[in-house]
Design a protein around this ligand. Structure first.
Ligand code: M6R
Length: 610
């Protein structure tokens, strides 16, 4: 998730912008850059790596001027490199962007056909060229040229633009990605988030999707992309700087839990053709031929990613009808696994750097298998070592306990299963349309469930002193039970077990008494009746049941002590929703215990050693 800062006023812009970018470092980034108008023209400095490198470069080549834009880039299209770092220039303009332009391939082809030469692999560069094209067509001022250009852009964006021809102006716009405008005394700022601006002003204007804003030292003007005037009232911000970095949340984990509707939307964006009931192949990382011909899908992963892979297996078997195996990467690497050239090995890893997953991937390659990486960090070791990559667009995840990376992995793996099913002819169009339609509806359902966080908090209070908690699920609820248990143990330090509910009679039922809380994942899906019986068995032994159930389920309401409701949804997409209350429960329990939620003891975010 990139960071944007813009400044127009009377002070030297570069240090203000770099300081603002520093406040956005928590968003994660791999490169940075600034464009400063020195009164005559625009100078751009970009560097790969951390902001210290940008500061060093600016010391060697100081840029002076009181109008400028800056950016920290989290790579989504095009590897991290100086050439892909923002700002991107075209003619008199320089542009920084946060978000994903969905139609960038088509627009790039159109512009190339008109003679435009591209200097980067980014989706952003098309925006710079579109604005330049408007200017060449005589559209003035910059504000109007940006409005004209954005009419050709589909996707999510926040942008800031500066032009050689208008030294006292920045134009910014938002649609689906955050952008805040700060109103200073004789100076105006814009930024991706409040902390970037907070040391200069507490008067902020929150733009709405479709807004375009012109910033001058004396004030701002807001219109929609189509040119209608818009009034946006300023708000006084009274957050402390630390609070501000976490968007008002106490911990990054909580913030990341609540980001899930947006990042799942970002992961789906531009990849689904609802009318055809299909998934575009361009970003799936697997050719149609491989999708059609593989004889086995072999998932390898660790921890939370392993749980996403288990769900991936269910989808792959149901929709693409291809035999699947799911293995812990740490086990595969030390066995003598058998891989074949007609295997598709799918290595799932949010960080893309997990040592065990990388080693297992190399073993698969050595065996001649095709390898696909499902990763969140562009150009990290695992996608680099794979034959193809399918990226999730969760943005940087800072809390050690993975939340938004998990649900975006689920979204990506379901897309992959639909893509494979359509290529293999095993998934009829009407069914894939239903699955994809349900997937598109997931973000709104997520918002609804996360809106009930206070109720989940009340339940979590009862679990604060629990020493053991049992999580049960069946079918697609099974990986969610595993994930709920992992979340709880890693941040609350309570012992938790995730079990396939059908295994209860084979052992864990012996644990059940009035002391043992059992969290049952039992939405109204194909496995519901079996889950209901399991819940009855727990209750018959005085176990305390917290059920995750579908709204209106009177039977469950009668049996379970507590019920967290989820909306009625298609079976296939349920795991993206049923996991949310479990993430919240573990968060609240850990917080109530006073634990270090974001950095739990003994754990690292990226496990690059065995
Ligand atoms: O980066 P990866 O997805 O490969 O990481 C795998 C595990 O280390 C990771 O999921 C770990 O289990 C998390 N802390 C879970 O919250």
């Amino acid at each position: 998730m990139c960071g944007i800062v813009g400044y127009v006023g009377s002070r030297n812009a570069a240090p203000i912008i770099v300081e603002g970018l520093r406040k956005l470092e928590y968003r994660g980034y791999d490169s940075a850059g600034v464009a400063i108008h020195d009164g005559k023209g625009i100078e751009i400095v970009r560097t790969l790596g951390k902001l210290a490198r940008l500061s060093d470069a600016l010391e060697k080549r100081p840029l002076t001027g009181s109008t400028g834009i800056g950016h920290t880039r989290w790579a989504t299209h095009g590897r991290p490199s100086e050439a892909n770092a923002h700002p991107h220039a075209a003619g008199p303009v320089a542009v920084v962007h946060n978000g994903i332009i969905e139609n960038h391939v088509a627009v790039r082809q159109e512009l190339e056909a008109q003679g435009v030469k591209f200097l980067s692999d980014t989706d952003t560069e098309i925006v710079a060229h579109l604005i330049h094209r408007e200017i060449e067509r005589g559209v003035k001022p910059l504000f109007k040229a940006v409005q004209g250009a954005l009419k050709h852009v589909v996707g999510a964006y926040a942008i800031a633009v500066t032009s050689r021809e208008e030294p006292d102006v920045i134009v910014a716009a938002r649609n689906g990605s955050p952008l805040v405008v700060g109103l200073g005394e004789g100076e105006m700022l814009c930024g991706s988030d409040i902390p970037a601006l907070l040391s200069h002003t507490r008067q902020m204007v929150f733009l709405e999707d479709g807004d375009v804003v012109e910033l001058r030292a004396s004030g701002i003007k807001v219109e929609t992309v189509s040119g209608e005037a818009a009034t946006r009232k300023a708000k006084q911000i009274d957050w402390s700087p630390v609070q501000a970095e976490r968007g008002g949340y106490k911990h990054f984990m909580r913030k990341e839990i609540h980001e899930q509707p947006d990042v799942v939307e970002a992961t789906l964006r531009g990849r689904i053709d609802l009318a055809e009931g299909d998934v575009y192949g361009a970003e799936m990382g697997v050719s149609a031929e491989v999708a059609r011909e593989v004889r086995r899908v072999y998932f390898i992963a660790c921890g939370t990613s392993h749980h996403a892979a288990i769900a991936g297996r269910y989808w792959m078997e149901q929709l693409a009808k291809v035999p699947c195996v799911v293995e812990l990467a740490s086990e595969v690497r030390y066995r003598e696994p058998l891989f074949y050239p007609d295997d598709l090995v799918v290595a799932v890893s949010q960080s893309g750097e997990t040592a065990d997953t990388l080693a297992a991937l190399k073993a698969a390659k050595a065996g001649g298998a095709k390898v696909l990486a499902v990763a969140n960090v562009l150009d990290s070791a695992i996608p680099r070592a794979a034959d193809g990559a399918l990226y999730t667009h969760a943005g940087p995840e800072i809390g050690v306990a993975s939340t938004k990376c998990f649900t975006t992995q689920l979204a990506a793996l379901l897309l992959l299963a639909v893509y494979m099913g359509r290529r293999r002819g095993t998934l009829p169009q009407d069914r894939s349309q239903k699955v994809l339609q349900s997937l598109v509806e997931v973000p709104n359902h997520m918002r609804e469930v996360l809106g009930d966080a206070d109720y989940v908090h009340a339940i979590a209070k009862r679990l604060t002193h629990a020493k053991d908690v049992l999580f049960l699920g069946r079918g697609l609820g099974y990986p969610i039970a595993l994930e709920g248990a992992l979340k709880l143990k890693e941040i609350s330090y309570a012992h938790a077990e995730g079990y396939a509910a059908g295994e209860m009679k084979h052992g864990p039922i012996a644990l059940i008494d009035e002391q043992l809380p059992v969290i049952a994942v039992c939405p109204r899906d194909a496995q519901y009746d079996k889950m209901l019986s399991n819940v009855q068995e727990v209750r018959a032994r005085e176990g305390q049941v917290i059920a995750i159930a579908t709204k209106g389920d009177e039977e469950m309401l009668e049996i379970a002590q507590h019920v967290v409701w989820i909306p009625k949804m298609a079976d296939e997409v349920l795991p993206l929703i049923t996991v949310l209350p479990l993430q919240l429960i573990s968060y609240f329990v850990a917080n109530l215990k006073g634990n270090d939620v974001d950095q739990p003891r003994n754990l690292a975010k990226t496990v690059t050693v065995e």
